[in-house]
Design a protein around this ligand. Structure first.
Ligand code: BYC
Length: 339
């Protein structure tokens, strides 16, 4: 059983109190001890500044990805082929907004304002997932996003339910339940197309051809080129490396592709008897970094749409603030009347 050796200290105090090297070391040892013992770190616990910054970076990028991720799919709500499909897609896109909100809230517990986070997104300072910079040109893309993109997201996010930081881990439990519905709605769209006309089957294959590699890239750079993985694994922010998760994703997707009767666009994809996994071809890392750096097919379009939505939504935020202030005033007046 792990023993607490020092009382918990509000993270703000680390900036205020001068700290001796020995004290800092003991705080860090205790912190790592808690992590090793699977004890969650909570917002008011002491934490190294680098841990806090790493979490702000990852959680905010994750939140931005959820919000920007609404755009490629939102594009198809008004063009869904039936009322049933429209309801499913609408619910999914609304879920993504909810995920963004839980994640922004989790991030705020680390002492950063939401406005600052949004500003970082809108000025291009903060990253969001590379995957959302590709266009959705046919209805089959909506199925492919559900199957492959949400499939990759689940593979990456289920382990985050066990992340060492409490608010992030708890937010991910609900996110993952919803992602699982998203993945199934995508797979069902594709399964229907796979049983359709020649044209529908061709549309399905074309979407899979275009989304496969970007989905494989979603897991981030190879472990040897990932500057953050080693430390994040030690802190149990990440539970698996990028390459381990990517391999798991490839292994399950190959089997699911057989059910859809589609080929995956990788001639090097082959089961390896020795490793028990599928070997796959070389990833185009140049494409990945170009997209991450803002030069993907839709980066500018996505960021502009996001900024426009934020500006046009200003009146909603102002109205909500005014309403909250009015409520507060009413409450204060009724309390003073009682007193
Ligand atoms: N795209 O050292 P690494 C969703 C960056 S939401 C862009 O491995 P880390 C969904 C990385 O940020 C999907 N950038 O970093 C939503 C780092 O740059 P900085 C989002 C990427 O953090 C709606 C640099 O490359 N999921 O699925 O240890 C509808 C070096 O990488 C990408 C999450 O955010 C990328 N793909 O590992 C449908 C999950 N990959 O910050 C679906 C939470 C890497 O040092 N995040 N970079 O300048 C994570 O698990 C980790 O942050 C990552 C990267 C695995 C993504």
């Amino acid at each position: 059983m792990y023993e607490f050796k020092t009382p918990c200290i509000n993270y703000y105090t680390q900036h205020i109190l001068p700290m001796t090297d020995a004290k800092q070391l003991s705080l860090e040892e205790n912190f790592q001890g808690k992590i090793d013992a699977e004890i969650k770190i909570e917002p008011k616990d002491w934490m190294p500044e680098k841990y806090r910054k790493t979490l702000i970076r990852q959680i905010s990028q994750h939140a931005h990805s959820e919000i920007v991720g609404m755009l490629p799919e939102g594009n198809w709500i008004s063009r869904a082929p039936s009322l049933r499909r429209k309801l499913g897609l609408l619910a999914k896109v609304q879920d993504e907004a909810g995920h963004g909100l839980y994640l922004y809230s989790a991030c705020e517990t680390l002492g950063i304002e939401r406005d600052t986070l949004l500003d970082q997104l809108h000025t291009g300072k903060a990253k969001y997932s590379s995957i959302f910079n590709y266009p959705t040109t046919t209805w089959a893309d909506i199925g492919a996003i559900g199957w492959l993109v949400d499939g990759a997201a689940i593979m990456n996010q289920v382990p985050i339910c066990r992340c060492s930081y409490g608010p992030y881990a708890r937010a991910m439990v609900r996110v993952c339940k919803e992602e699982s519905f998203h993945q199934r709605q995508g797979f069902e769209i594709l399964l229907t197309l796979s049983k359709g006309t020649d044209e529908q089957r061709a549309m399905l294959q074309d979407a899979v051809n275009r989304w496969w590699w970007p989905a494989v890239m979603m897991f981030g750079p190879s472990d040897k080129d990932s500057p953050n993985t080693a430390q994040s694994m030690k802190w149990k922010i990440k539970r698996f490396t990028n390459d381990d998760l990517r391999q798991k994703f490839v292994d399950v997707s190959v089997e699911q592709a057989k059910i859809l009767n589609v080929t995956l666009p990788d001639p090097d994809l082959k089961f390896n008897e020795e490793t028990g996994h599928y070997d796959f071809g070389v990833i185009d890392w140049d494409e990945f970094w170009q997209v991450v750096k803002g030069n993907g097919p839709c980066n500018r379009q996505r960021l502009n749409a996001r900024k426009k939505a934020h500006e046009e939504g200003a009146w909603v935020r102002e109205a909500a603030m005014a309403y909250a202030e009015k409520q507060e005033q009413r409450q204060a007046t009724s309390i003073s009347k009682v007193a």
